[in-house]
Design a protein. Sequence first.
Length: 481
Amino acid sequence: MEKILNYINGKLIEPVSNKWLENYNPAIGTVYSLIPDSTKEDVENAQKAALNSFHKWSKSSIKERSTVLQKIADLIIERQDDLAMAESIDNGKPLALAKKVDIPRAATNMSFFASAILHENSESHHMSNVAINYTLRKPIGVVGCISPWNLPLYLFTWKIAPALAAGNTVVAKPSEITPMTAFLFSKICIDAGLPKGVLNIVHGLGPKVGHEITKHPNIKAISFTGGTLTGQKIAEVAAPMFKKLSLELGGKNPNIIFSDCDLEKAVSSSVLSSFSNQGQICLCGSRIFIERKIYDKFKEKFLEKVKALNIGDPLEKTTKIGALVSSQHMNKVLNHIKIAKQEGGILLSGGKQFIPKGRCANGYFVEPTVFEGLSFDCSTNQEEIFGPVVTLTPFDSEEEVINFANSTKYGLCSMVWTSDLNRANRMSDQLQSGIVWINCWLVRDLRTPFGGMKESGVGREGGTYALNFFTETTNVCISYN
Ligand code: TXE
């Protein structure tokens, strides 16, 4: 069986313990590879390698750093078919989605930051006749990047690229549930000529490897994407050590449909924002609020499209809904469906595990599920389900829907569908979320601030925001006299 290896000091190596974890293919429900069950020793070795390579890497020219990051991006594109296949097998997502979204975006993450550092500039502040200040931005040192399973290579590179571009060296940990593309990525880094020790990838469990990275005194900043509870645990360890922290956590995003919207567009986009990647995207809109006068019309059109979604083998070209990432996660989602029924939810579509015919008969599939009749404050409408489950709720006024939308502990993104520009502006001002999409969903410009309010996170990623996070600032003040 294939063994995934750690990438430490430029080499692919087995874990010190020689212990291994099983890696599942969720679409067929079987183990297909082994992952290092790494421990403190592996993190220690990775951290040493990163520390040793920091001086040279941080002093390299931006041209050198940019060139090697761009080379990595080029190799991702060259190997995109293999990477997409690996991502689909490891995660359960449709191959077509991995080809269209995950892998191209991973390449773009690398090339975006390869280019961004070439164009970076810093501020200066002039005090007339007194002094001039200029801002120096310096790499922090060794930083930790911890990423989740839902968009494995996409989110892994979204952290690593700015960290490396800014001149840091990195100890990174992908999710133990989807480690394969990070392993293929380490081979790409070797082939691209990334100097040894600059990036180190340690595979293994969160409470072991992730925890060791978080608490290591030489690792000065932690960039994390994952569940809110894990974010809390990381903050408990890292905050008293005064580490820089970037936390991208959960969401329970409202998708708000006003009666003056382009209905066809709103319906089609809502199907995507509900069920893309089996609903396992922190930006999915799992609470759909519809102005009462178009509620029935929206519901009818929405359900028609949901029922037409092709669910099954992720490798089939026509598949729109693949497998959930693990049996544990599938059971968690099915339990949420049970709770929604207990809370009085009326099931409009789906609601069960789906058992495909053929090779995927033992996979972890859940039908795209739609409920109505639930109050905005019930647990189904408050807890992050992170699966293919959405609710439909009517509303009568802007004031009411703002109250519904802002009622959760999360604040990641919101979608608003309306043709009234004034209303769009009013809503954007009042919605408690880091991102508001008006008449669209998941349109991403990588320069923009990305992140959430409330329990959806701390800090922002993207463009200058990420480069600022991964640098320390020194203000230099020069007197004129
Ligand atoms: O995420 P975890 P899980 C949500 C979603 C999901 C829930 C749990 O609701 O059901 O989180 O998913 C590492 N110290 N999201 O269990 O545990 C872990 O190994 C340091 C939302 O997969 O947060 C992995 O690499 N690291 C989300 C990473 O943290 C630790 C995406 C994320 O795992 C650790 C995924 C610890 N103590 C899940 N414990 C989003 N918002 O994008 C775990 N890890």
